[in-house]
Design a protein around this ligand. Sequence first.
Ligand SMILES: [Mg+2]
Length: 257
Amino acid sequence: MVSVKEKIGFISDMDGVIYHGNRLLDGAREFVHWLLENDKRFLFLTNSSERSPRELQEKLKRMGIDVGEEHFYTSALATASFLSKQCPGGSAFVIGEAGLLKALYDVGFSMNDVNPDYVVVGETRTYNFERIEHAIHLVLNGAKLIGTNPDLTGPTEHGIAPATRALIAPIELATSRKAYFIGKPNPLMMRQAQKRLGCATEETVIIGDRMDTDIIAGIESEIETILVLSGVTSESSMKRFPYRPDHVLKDVGEIPS
Ligand SMILES: [Mg+2]
């Protein structure tokens, strides 16, 4: 096993690794500086489909880290990439935000509320009964049901908000169809990220703060994993899982040192 510092490609989760809410985490600035200084290839990953890479870039810039938008990869991009391969030039009825709509348009999908190939659901704050009812009709008429990510909840300033899996549940229940979810822990997203970096499996490392999404997705795509303890996982809660990361670090600031 080559040491982590010698890896070429770095796939890093954001929340709990780089920032928490609007607060930059210890070591994040040093880590990103080190990536840039050493010409590493890197992607910041998020399971959220709400924002576009540009909006994520601006968010990070406001916190004092400035990297190009090509360094961001979201479940919206992963979903669009998957769907464009499954059904080139297809159409979708979308319950989601601008980040998801833009990703689908960018791969040549059109929006269709009459007879779409897919009903695609992601995080949204404009959720209403009429859209859900319409989505149910479309799925019963043959549209395939896709969720951008399987998260039940996501963090907000006030606590938690329902995320994609909670939002898609009424459509699954009413139609008796099961959605297919693209984001972590589906290893598909890690594979796509690795391809984007253009790195071999042995040259790549995955960094995350969650055992049941980041670390398991790394293990299932056979990419080396680093768990950082700056997010939701503690050393004792890590031990409850039937698998383990390759490395455990306090925060990403330990990678360069
Ligand atoms: Mg995280």
